[in-house]
Design a protein around this ligand. Structure first.
Ligand SMILES: CC(=O)N[C@H]1[C@@H](OP(=O)(O)OP(=O)(O)OC[C@H]2O[C@@H](n3ccc(=O)[nH]c3=O)[C@H](O)[C@@H]2O)O[C@H](CO)[C@@H](O)[C@@H]1O[C@H](C)C(=O)N[C@@H](C)C(=O)N[C@H](CCC(=O)O)C(=O)O
Ligand SMILES: Nc1ncnc2c1ncn2[C@@H]1O[C@H](COP(=O)(O)OP(=O)(O)OP(=O)(O)O)[C@@H](O)[C@H]1O
Ligand SMILES: N[C@H](CCC[C@H](N)C(=O)O)C(=O)O
Ligand SMILES: [Mg+2]
Length: 487
């Protein structure tokens, strides 16, 4: 049991009904999880308002209600605490409950449309190689000092985060690296966390279903930097149009990295091949097996973060040289007959364009490039025609198929995509709704040395159709089909 007074430390309180001098069990923001003597924090959500579950929470044993609006009927023996913003209060309560774990380790957060999973994973692997115990919170997985926990969100809720960071501290972790999504920032899922370093990759078209306008989307990302304290360092990408904007109003120390202009951390691609790149960072050369200009940029951010965290530059570059691809990020393999298959998580127009540009830069002109791509349902619809346009323009053949239709009609999503194809490229497109069939057709049509890009799902091991998830892995299916088809 914990003292409510201690949990409320630093929470900005507007009104209290009944005493706070009590002991409580746990904190919950979901009434369905309430147990005896818990604190229920009522949060206004995207679909429902948590305030409508206050009575339910009390009936299940909640002893304390934290809310923005006091209920009209007060239950005797229950303590009500009115606050201005429940999500911020929840963040502070969560930090207090778990004894402020992010003050006991160095936390690095990375935000941006693309590159968060790649950079945080590389940071985790780099610092592990450098001999530190670390934690990672990413779209693919959560890892605490080598032990993996499946991940449900890119940025989990603030109770889960604090619980995990406490576990990381208890296990002796020195560093934690986490992805900070725009949803996470907007919903205050990172409220109260103490970031030592905050990184920005880039901002391009995505999530307009949620943020409505690009300006709102930029503002959401920028809030992460606006809220940093003086003691933090913010590192941003000078190559991105909005890289400087991100740091405009931050109190943190500002650093920039860039491949194209001058910056605190300056990088350059010396050589670019199918099996890697020779890079130069701050006048020091090294080899990486990662490919693509976007990965040079990701690596530069990683280098910048390590530098801010006072790691030796040479040791860092040596370790970076040994790191391979992140799962489902430009994951490539050759089939028996010599077809190159690349599985990549590009699920935004910008990511798809970058991946296709990378392939274009390193391939010879003779072989065919076949792109298999779809767009997720219940997500930003405006990216659909753009992704179809890019795929058809930059490939010899683009096969449009399903990604995760979720609750949407797969055919409808494909129709939204096809609108984007320019008239002169129609004849290089096919529509095959079933993703496995689409991959099969690509493999059947490919000849030795041809390249097949399977985009959009990367590491994912499921496909969600009509709200039902079944096992599905692009890598597994492509490997299996190329064997069956003797390709
Ligand atoms: C759209 C969105 O982001 N929704 C998130 C949000 O849920 P919500 O606001 O819809 O919650 P709600 O259902 O309206 O409920 C409001 C409140 O009432 C409570 N409640 C609800 C029902 C009940 O019976 N009792 C009760 O107490 C809920 O616990 C909640 O506190 O808050 C929840 C708790 O933190 C999240 O799990 C949920 O993520 C949903 C599942 C989701 O799919 N989110 C995606 C879009 C997302 O967040 N993606 C980003 C990545 C984006 C990127 O790749 O860049 C991520 O960080 O993962
Ligand atoms: N710095 C970058 N700039 C542009 N595209 C990138 C960059 N890094 C990776 N990509 C592309 O974006 C895809 C997704 O990369 P990654 O998973 O690292 O991004 P993310 O920001 O974590 O995405 P999510 O929002 O889904 O969590 C990659 O598969 C690659 O195609
Ligand atoms: N984090 C991203 C992932 C999209 C991946 C794609 N495969 C899809 O399902 O739309 C999102 O939730 O928008
Ligand atoms: Mg991610």
């Amino acid at each position: 049991m914990k003292s409510l007074v201690d949990l409320l430390y630093k929470v900005s309180i507007l009104e209290i009904i009944n005493t706070t001098k009590i002991e409580v069990n746990n904190i919950q923001f979901d009434s369905r999880k309430i147990e005896k003597d818990d604190v229920f924090v009522a949060v206004k959500g995207v679909t429902v308002d948590g305030h409508q579950y206050v009575e339910k929470a009390v009936s299940l044993g909640a002893k304390v209600i934290i809310c923005e609006v006091l209920p009209t009927e007060i239950t005797e023996g229950i303590t009500y605490v009115k606050v201005e913003d429940s999500t911020i209060a929840l963040g502070i309560l969560a930090s207090n409950y778990y004894d402020n774990p992010t003050k006991d380790l160095k936390l690095v957060g990375v935000t941006g449309t693309n590159g968060k999973t790649t950079t945080t994973t590389l940071l985790y692997e780099l610092f592990t190689k450098l001999g530190y115990a670390c934690a990672l919170v990413s779209t693919i997985k959560i890892v605490i000092d080598g032990e993996e926990i499946p991940s449900t969100h890119t940025t989990p809720d603030i109770l889960t985060l604090n619980k995990m960071f406490r576990e990381a501290v208890n296990r002796g972790c020195d560093y934690a690296f986490m992805e900070v999504s725009s949803h996470g920032i907007h919903q205050n899922r990172i409220a109260g966390l103490h970031f030592e370093v905050a990184g920005f990759t880039n901002i391009t078209h995505d999530h307009l279903d949620y943020h409505k306008t690009f300006a709102n989307y930029i503002a959401a990302k920028k809030k992460f930097f606006d809220d940093l304290p003086k003691t933090s360092t913010a590192i941003s990408n000078a190559d991105d149009k909005n890289g400087k904007v991100m740091l405009q109003n931050t109190n943190a120390t500002k650093k920039m990295y860039a491949l194209k202009t001058d910056a605190d951390f300056k990088g350059r691609i010396i050589e670019h091949q199918f099996d890697g790149m020779q890079l130069e960072f701050n006048n020091k050369e090294f080899w990486t097996s990662l490919i693509g200009q976007f990965n040079a940029s990701n690596l530069l951010l990683v280098f910048g973060v390590a530098s801010v965290l006072e790691q030796d530059e040479i040791e860092v570059l040596k370790a970076l040289s040994t790191l391979g691809n992140v799962d489902g990020r430009f994951q490539s393999f050759k089939t028996e007959s010599g077809i190159v298959i690349i599985v990549d998580y590009a699920h935004t127009p910008d990511a798809l364009e970058n991946v296709l540009r990378t392939i274009e830069a390193i391939r010879t002109r003779n072989e065919k490039l076949i792109t298999v791509v779809g767009c997720g349902g219940d997500r930003d619809k405006t990216k659909r025609p753009e992704m179809a346009d890019i795929a058809s323009e930059k490939s010899n053949l683009a096969i449009f198929t399903s990604d995760n239709p979720r609750t949407e009609d797969a055919e409808e999503i494909l129709r939204d995509m096809e609108v984007g194809v320019k008239a002169q490229f129609y004849n290089r497109t096919l529509k095959i709704t079933d993703r496995k069939e689409a991959i099969k057709t690509a493999i059947k049509m490919a000849e030795p040395k041809d390249i097949i890009l399977i985009a959009g799902k990367g590491h994912e091991t499921y496909q969600e159709i009509n709200g039902v998830r079944t096992h599905f892995s692009d890598v597994e299916i492509a490997t299996e089909l190329s064997k069956i088809l003797n390709k």
